[in-house]
Design a protein around this ligand. Sequence first.
Ligand code: NOJ
Length: 550
Amino acid sequence: MSVYKNPTWYKDAVFYELYIRAFKDGSGDGHGDLRGLLDRLDYLQELGVDCVWLLPMYPSPLFDDGYDVADYRNIHEDFGTLEDFKAIVDGVHERGMCIIVDIVLNHTSDQHPWFIESRQSKDSPKRDWYVWSETDQRYQDARIIFLDTEVSNWTYDELTGEYYWHRFYSQQPDLNYDNPEVQQEMLDIVDFWMEMGIDGFRVDAVPYLFERENTNCENLPETHDYVKRLRAHVEAKWPGRILLAEANQWPHDVREYFGDADEFHMAFHFPLMPRLFMSLKQRSRRSIVDIMNRTPDIPPMAQWCIFLRNHDELTLEMVTEEERQFMWEQYAPEPRMRLNLGIRRRLAPLLNNDRRRIELLNAMLFTLPGSPIIYYGDEIGMGDDIWRDDRNGVRTPMQWDTSKNAGFSSADELYEAMIDDRIFGFQGVNVAQQQADPESLWHKVVHMLTVRKQYRAFGRGSFEFELPENDGVLGYWRVYAHEDAPEIEPERFLVLVNLTDELQTVTLDLGAHQGKTPVDVLTSESWPEITAEPYTATLAPYEYVWLKLP
Ligand code: NOJ
């Protein structure tokens, strides 16, 4: 059975990222699980989600919340069983949604039997599955990613007196992709989950698969060759399923991961994200315009994934040193808010819990080129806790209602305490209240998604800036011409956003559209007819409009 309405379904899809452990506890042990999630699939459908992305659900010591996999062919016992997982896949599909899961190619847990065997002796059959060295001086040009914790990408292992390579925590040894067995094993694992009916993978930590001396060990040609092999494999056996790349890199480097439509279907646009936040503090569209202008075209089948926040720190890897300092000063004034090269805060607290700004960034998320991803809880403006370890403060239990533990779990002890403060605690921020209040953020998000889905322009249309002189206002066109039906009028949108907290007036040259009356599709309000005269628009503080031109 194919659930794919069309082969490029992901271009119209709205994604929702969730952590099983944090979403809903069905068994009452304090950990979210698959049974709990099953119970909440209707919620996702109501919200307007098209594709659910699950963070790693594999058996794992959870040192890095599941990105340290100890068995690629099973489900973490806290989350349920393979049967429960199958029920999720079926449940998602029955509701017309899709599901992708994380696959961690680059590294395993140090508790994975492969690594346990590998470290036993230098001639263990699994020795060469990992990257071992007599010295810790190789690949010195590779940066350290978890800067706050790790001092080297090598860790000494006493058992055999050699060092092993790891780009993340030392508990996450890198697999050796020069070994053909490793390459093949991962393709077999891909088949295992595709067999279960998933619609694709979010592929973790793509740039780091291979290591070569005198390089920074990122984006190497060998890595692209393997990705091409992976794509060809998926294309041949699982057409319609997708591969989404996590490559936190500059646009021209990420562009390479779309290949000639023979690598990834989708990739996150990392550099855009911090610039959306930056534009508000700078009261200027400059950084957004700059990064979009530096974003190369991608193959027609390919699609960007755009996002505001995710389960990690708000990464500032893809900004200049000066921009990073600016972001830290503006958005992380407390040292504790910073983590590695980023900021460990959620959307609502970052935006001062200001509804206007939260809506504004969502309005851009849903109209800029690419498929949007919502991070669980951000649709109701959940808060964070910067005092928790690592990134745990943005991975707290979902706040469903005002009952015990916000309706997340009946247990007395949770995997992670609820957010409990005056502003963001579950008494004030929860799904039930917001569903009952037509003016809530939740309803606003649902409305924007409902409108977005009526058109193809936002997922598939061309993109062009409309830049009035006043750079506190950002404008862009999204235009979609129905390729298969030229008799149908193209969809033509002009999105305008006021990035400032003041009223802004702009003058636009819309002469080419003389005689047309723009309509804001979010409010159904008609704007003045376009004439030969310059077109003047006044926007309230942080106002956004999605103008449709007939
Ligand atoms: C990227 C993931 O998003 C992050 O959570 C994880 O720690 C690293 N990859 C390592 O797998």
